[in-house]
Design a protein around this ligand. Structure first.
Ligand code: FE2
Ligand code: FE2
Length: 316
């Protein structure tokens, strides 16, 4: 992000929900700061869709507004997690999703910084608990269209789906579930860096693009090499989330015996969310294609869990 002494860059995902912002927001156009959202604006439903449609890379606030911004951020996320605050479930999920996207972005931009990792790690614990306890949350998250084909939006969806699938499969340890969710949140770190255009079916990518695409799990893992604190499960998810059971996946063509079940949960959720979010399939068609075309690539147990959570949450 561009540095400017009078302005502070903020993460776009943090502007969410029907709470009014107590600060002005600027964008930089041709080297100049232009007022973009006014004090008193809010970002829910249609307004959020419009903000996402702009595909802005960076937004700024006046340096003097840092404290009101932090207060807004804290209040927003606390109210979103608090069912008694009287907000609709969809607005609450929009705020939580944006907050998780911002945590993922912070990690992706600072992959070897412990503070960013720890922040993302603690945020997914609350997120996992929310998916577990709040009926309808998964459906609400998945109903928010990924109109800008955002890698972090995809990461939040894959995390939410993986958590629900692990719970449906009877995984009991909340620590394992939230580590898996953390891996799911940041699994496509490399695309965030390269800005790879993830839209469309990879089988139709031109040869050069396909080569770059097939390297993203290993390149992502290399980027994190300097990190001494990364949990093994998170690293495995980044490296192996595109592998299949039968050796037809990439980058290594591993077989079932080489891949942990928790990684395969994320791999299955990832393949489904790619079909919906990046390839534009409706949830029913995507599930059908997972159950028919991808049978053999993913464990039956995982495909059944996917079907069960999508059905139980009335996504399909
Ligand atoms: Fe991927
Ligand atoms: Fe992915």
């Amino acid at each position: 992000m561009i540095k400017d002494p009078d302005y502070t860059a903020i993460r776009i995902g943090t502007l969410r929900g029907d709470n009014k912002i107590p600060f002005d927001v600027f964008v930089r156009v041709a080297g100049k700061m232009i007022l973009y959202c006014r004090r008193g604006d809010s970002f829910e439903g249609e307004r959020l869709a419009r903000l996402k449609a702009k595909k802005l890379k960076a937004m700024y606030i006046d340096k003097g507004d840092e404290i009101p911004y932090r207060q807004y951020l804290e209040e927003n996320i606390d109210r979103a997690y608090n069912a008694a605050a009287g907000k609709s479930l969809l607005v609450r999920c929009e705020v939580i999703q944006g907050f998780q996207q911002a945590a993922a972005e912070e990690f992706m931009e600072n992959p070897v910084e412990k503070f960013a990792y720890d922040h993302a790690k603690s945020s997914v614990q609350r997120f996992s608990d929310f998916i577990d306890k709040e009926k309808g949350a998964l459906a609400a998250f998945l109903s928010i269209p990924n109109s800008d084909k955002s890698i972090t939006h995809h990461g939040v969806n894959v995390a939410a789906l993986s958590i629900a699938m692990a719970q449906a499969e009877g995984v009991k340890d909340p620590k394992i579930i939230s580590l898996m969710a953390l891996g799911a949140l940041v699994h496509d770190t490399e695309h965030y860096y390269t800005g790879f255009d993830v839209g469309g079916n990879p089988s139709a990518y031109p040869k050069a693009a396909l080569e770059v695409y097939k390297k993203h799990p290993l390149d992502g893992a290399h980027r994190l090499q300097g990190s001494k604190f990364l949990d093994q499960l998170v690293l495995k998810i980044i490296t192996q989330h595109e592998e299949h059971l039968d050796g037809s996946g990439f980058p290594l063509g591993l077989l079932e015996k080489d891949i942990e079940p928790m990684v395969m949960i994320v791999a299955t959720a990832n393949a489904y969310d790619r079909l919906v979010g990046f390839e534009g399939q409706d949830p029913k068609t995507a599930l059908k294609s997972m159950l028919i075309d991808k049978l053999g690539a993913y464990p039956l147990k995982q495909l059944q869990a996917l079907q069960e959570v999508l059905k139980n949450n009335q996504v399909v």
